[in-house]
Design a protein around this ligand. Structure first.
Ligand code: FE2
Length: 178
């Protein structure tokens, strides 16, 4: 059965050799985020390819072509801006550090968006005042999330939270077919 894209927010998925991939992800904080300590959305994925061979082998097997990888570092006691990621729907979210107790909420609001542009990425940001949460996930393993819906990472822990968000040339809805 195919998924209802209108109402879809997120779903955990199984990736073969996840334990090994998770081990490979642990190298990233020391080699990747040094380049840009807050948020690095890069279309040059060669560095990731080098450090994450098991993950990229699975991408090849599934014919998934990576368009961009965002390294998402959320400071302790920090709430990410409420936003929509423009140009993407389904993102593959993978935990690296301190993701178990940090959630990503999905929200509705009556407020209007404010357009924001970063070098590699465009967003619609929203004021926080009228946000109503209707769903959330804790990134305990690989999952697919619809980042075209309003969302925000809420880190109320006393540690930084690191994860990567993989965007493909085509949204991988097929991964959700049972
Ligand atoms: Fe996002």
């Amino acid at each position: 059965m195919s998924v209802d894209k209108e109402s879809f927010t997120w779903r955990a998925i199984e990736i073969p050799n996840w334990d090994r991939i998770y081990q490979e992800l642990q190298i990233l904080p020391s080699v990747i985020h040094r380049e840009n300590p807050v948020f690095w959305a890069s279309k040059d994925v060669s560095a990731y390819q080098q450090y994450l061979p098991t993950l990229f082998k699975w991408f090849d097997e599934k014919s998934l072509v990576v368009e961009l990888i965002a390294y998402v570092r959320i400071f302790k006691n920090f709430r990410q801006t409420y936003h929509q990621d423009l140009g993407y729907t389904l993102a593959l979210q993978l935990p690296i550090i301190n993701c178990e107790s940090v959630y990503t909420g999905f929200y509705t609001t009556t407020d209007r968006a404010i357009f924001t542009k970063n070098p590699n990425h465009q967003y619609l940001n929203y004021p926080a005042r009228n946000m109503v949460e209707y769903d959330r996930y804790y990134l305990k393993g690989p999952l697919l999330a619809d980042v075209s819906k309003i969302h925000s990472v809420q880190n109320f822990t006393d540690q930084e939270r690191h994860a990567i968000s993989v965007r493909f040339t085509e949204p991988p809805w097929g991964l959700l077919d049972n």
